[in-house]
Design a protein around this ligand. Structure first.
Ligand code: ADP
Length: 612
C-alpha cells in the first residue's frame, strides 16, 4: 500500500498542508499539519519548528495581511496566487493556495526572482534597493545606506518621501509609480544623489504577469558623461561661454549648470543642484513658465524655443531659451538640456528694422497715392480720349486696379508695423455704432450685388451710442466683408448682424462661402498665413488682413472669434466692450472729413484684390 505521508514528504516543492480555523473576529489561524522536506530547506528551518505551529508564526509577514486572509477565505475550486516580499527570506515569495476541503488547504511556496540574480547584485557590492508593488522599500543594500541614511533593517516599509523628504521623495515616488503602472520590464532614469549623478536602472519583478516589485540599481555615471568639473579646456569654455547651460532630469530637477548661469543669477551651486524650480527662490519669477516649458519638451520630445524676461543684476533682459530633450543610448528620454542666451540686442535691431520698414512703406505710399489720384482725375473728367479708345480705357483700369491693390498692401504693412512698434494709437469717440456699421454694410451691399451676392443687415437695437475707434472699426468691417465676398460662392449671401449683449456689442459677419477647415481656424489670425485652397484661386491676398483685424480689435479691448464649416460658410464675430467716454475734447475729427466719399475710396482699395 502507498504511504501518502511519505509521498507528500518527498514532493520536490515547498508545500504545507494546513488546517484553517476562521475565527469570528475575522482572524484566521492556519495550523501546519504536514510539510514536504523541501519546505524545510526553503525556509531554512527544521521539521519540529514547523509542524503543528501556526503558519502566521512561521512567516509573520503574512500576519494581519487582510488581502492574503481574504484570498484564503475566498479560495474555492481554482487555485489562487499571492506574492509578497518575505523579510525573513529577503525574497519575493509566491504562494499558491489550493483548497482541499472546507478547512484544509495546501500552500505551495516558490521564489519570484532567480536567486542567482540577487546573489550577483549582493556580490558586486552594488547600490541597490528592492521595493514592493506598493512602492514600499523592503530592502536596501549596504551601499544604499549612504543615500537613504537608513540601516537595512530599518528601511522595511518606508517609502521615498520617508527617505528623501516631500519634494525629492515625491518626485521619485511619482516616477516609480509610473514605472509600476506601465508594467515595463526595465526602465532607466537619471538622478543626482550626494553630489554624484547616477543612472537608476529599474527592473520589474513579475509574478503571474503582474509587477510585484522593483529592483533598483544605481550606476554612477559621473565619469561617463562630459566631465564638467575636471579643469580641462572644455570645462573652461562651458563655464565662460556667455550663455546659460543647464542640464535637468525629466522632473525638472537641476543636475548641472555652467558657472555663467550661477554668476548671472547670483546663486550658489549648492542652492540649485538637486532641486526643482519651484523650491529655488532665486528663480521664483520664472518658475511657472519654466515648469510649463519643461513639461512641453518632455511630453513632445522635441526641441522648443522660448522667450523669457529675466532680471540680471537689476536689468530686465530678454532671453531666448532653447530646450533640447536629452536621450540616452537606448533612446530613453532622461533629461533636458536648456541653453539660455541674452537676446536683448535683437529687440533693438528688430525696432530699427520695423522703423526702416515703416519709413519704406510711407515712401511707397506717397508715389502710389499720386498715381492713384491722377488716374481718378483722368477718369472723372470723362475724357473724350478714354471714351473713344477702348484700349486706353482698359489699360487705365488695369493700372488703377493694381495701384489700389498696392495701396492696400502698403496700408496694411504700415499698420501692422505701427502695431508691432507699439505706435498705433487708440482714438475712440462716442458714436452710434449701429448707424456706423449699417452705413458700411449698405455701401458694400451695392458692390456685393454686382457680384451676385446678397448682403443682409440685421440688428436687435435701433441705436447704440458707445465709444469706439471709427477708423479701426471701418478697417475691420471692410476687411471682414472683403473676405466674405472673396471666399463666397456665387450666387452667395452675407449677413451682417448686430447684437447688444450688455457688456459687449457684437458684430457678426456670416457668409455662405467655401469655409475654413477646423484645423486651420486658429491660424487665420496669424500674420502671412493663408489657408491653402487649390480648387479656388479667384482672388489674391497677402494673409495680413485678419492678423491686422485681430490687433485692431485688441487695441479697442475687444476680441474676434471665428466659426466655420467647409462648404457651408464662415462666421466672424467681433465683440467690443461697451463703454462711454466722459471727455471727448481730445478727439481728432480728421477721419470724418471726407464723409461717404472717403468710405467709398477706402472700400475700393480694400476690395481691390477681389476679381470676379
Ligand atoms: P488674405 O489677404 O489672404 O485674404 P486674411 O488675413 O484676410 O488674408 O485671411 C487669411 C486667410 O483666411 C485667407 O487666405 C483665407 O484662406 C482665410 N479666410 C479668411 N476669411 C475667410 C472667409 N470668410 N471664408 C473662408 N476663408 C477665409
Amino acid at each position: 500500500m502507498i504511504n501518502y505521508t511519505e509521498v507528500f514528504k518527498k514532493m520536490p516543492m515547498a508545500i504545507l498542508y494546513v488546517k484553517c480555523e476562521f475565527l469570528e473576529n475575522g482572524f484566521l489561524t492556519m495550523k501546519v499539519e504536514a510539510i514536504s522536506d523541501n519546505l524545510c530547506s526553503f525556509l531554512n528551518m527544521n521539521r519540529k519548528e514547523i509542524i503543528n505551529e501556526d503558519f502566521f508564526k512561521i512567516l509573520p509577514d503574512f500576519n494581519n495581511d487582510v488581502k492574503f486572509t481574504d484570498m484564503v477565505k475566498d479560495c474555492n475550486n481554482e487555485n489562487l496566487n499571492y506574492t509578497k516580499y518575505v523579510k525573513k527570506l529577503m525574497e519575493f515569495i509566491r504562494i499558491t493556495i489550493q483548497k482541499i476541503n472546507e478547512t484544509n488547504f495546501l500552500l505551495y511556496l516558490d521564489r519570484c526572482i532567480d536567486t542567482h540574480l540577487l546573489e550577483d547584485i549582493h556580490n558586486e557590492d552594488k547600490i541597490f534597493f528592492i521595493k514592493d508593488k506598493d512602492n514600499k522599500y523592503v530592502y536596501g543594500s549596504e551601499m544604499f545606506k549612504s543615500f537613504s541614511q537608513y540601516e537595512n533593517k530599518d528601511i522595511y516599509g518606508l517609502n521615498d518621501i520617508d527617505l528623501y523628504g516631500e519634494e525629492m521623495g515625491g518626485l521619485y515616488l511619482k516616477s516609480s509609480e509610473k514605472f509600476i503602472k506601465e508594467m515595463k520590464p526595465y526602465g532607466r532614469t537619471i538622478c543626482k544623489l550626494n553630489n554624484q549623478i547616477y543612472f537608476l536602472h529599474r527592473n520589474a519583478i513579475y509574478s503571474n504577469n503582474e509587477v510585484v516589485g522593483i529592483i533598483g540599481i544605481f550606476e554612477n555615471i559621473m565619469g561617463k558623461i562630459e566631465k564638467i568639473n575636471d579643469g580641462n579646456i572644455f570645462t573652461g569654455i562651458v563655464n565662460n561661454i556667455p550663455d546659460h547651460i543647464i542640464f535637468k532630469d525629466i522632473n525638472g530637477v537641476y543636475l548641472e549648470c555652467n558657472d555663467r548661469f550661477l554668476k548671472d543669477l547670483n546663486i550658489k551651486r549648492e542652492d540649485i543642484i538637486g532641486k526643482a524650480n519651484s523650491s529655488i527662490s532665486e528663480l521664483n519669477e520664472i518658475h511657472v513658465s519654466t515648469i510649463k516649458s519643461d513639461l512641453e519638451v518632455i511630453n513632445e520630445k522635441k526641441r522648443k524655443i522660448y522667450n523669457e524676461q529675466m532680471n540680471i543684476n537689476g536689468k530686465l533682459l530678454e532671453f531666448e531659451i532653447v530646450k533640447e530633450p536629452f536621450f540616452d543610448s537606448y533612446g530613453t528620454l532622461i533629461g533636458i538640456i536648456a541653453i539660455g542666451r541674452d537676446v536683448s540686442h535683437r529687440t533693438e535691431i528688430e525696432r530699427l528694422r520695423l522703423e526702416f520698414f515703416a519709413n519704406l512703406s510711407h515712401e511707397l505710399r506717397t508715389p502710389l497715392n499720386l498715381i492713384f489720384s491722377s488716374l481718378q482725375t483722368l477718369k472723372s473728367t470723362e475724357n473724350e480720349l478714354l471714351k473713344k479708345n477702348e484700349k486706353i480705357n482698359k489699360y487705365i483700369n488695369i493700372i488703377s486696379q493694381n495701384s489700389k491693390r498696392l495701396l492696400k498692401l502698403v496700408n496694411n504693412l504700415i499698420d501692422t508695423t505701427k502695431i508691432d512698434c507699439g505706435f498705433y494709437e487708440y482714438k475712440p469717440k462716442n458714436e452710434n455704432i449701429v448707424n456706423f456699421v449699417e452705413n458700411i454694410a449698405m455701401s458694400v451691399a451695392e458692390f456685393a450685388k454686382q457680384n451676385d451676392i446678397t448682403l443682409v443687415f440685421d440688428t436687435d437695437v435701433e441705436e447704440k451710442i458707445m465709444a469706439f475707434d471709427l477708423e479701426k472699426l471701418e478697417r475691420t468691417m471692410l476687411n471682414l466683408l472683403s473676405n466674405s465676398i472673396k471666399y463666397n460662392n456665387f450666387p452667395g449671401r452675407i449677413e451682417v448682424l448686430l447684437n447688444d449683449c450688455g457688456d459687449t456689442f457684437n458684430i457678426t459677419v456670416r457668409d455662405t462661402g467655401i469655409g475654413i477647415p477646423s484645423d486651420k481656424l486658429n491660424v487665420v489670425f496669424e500674420k502671412f498665413k493663408q489657408v491653402e485652397n487649390r480648387l479656388r484661386k479667384r482672388s489674391e491676398g497677402s494673409g495680413i488682413g485678419l492678423s491686422l483685424v485681430k490687433e485692431l480689435i485688441k487695441i479697442q479691448g475687444g476680441i474676434i472669434e471665428v466659426k466655420s464649416e467647409v462648404g457651408v460658410g464662415s462666421e466672424f464675430t467681433v465683440k467690443l466692450p461697451v463703454r462711454l467716454l466722459e471727455n471727448e475734447e481730445s478727439f481728432d475729427d480728421s477721419y470724418y472729413e471726407d464723409g461717404n466719399e472717403g468710405l467709398v475710396t477706402r472700400m475700393n482699395i480694400e476690395f481691390s484684390d477681389i476679381y470676379i
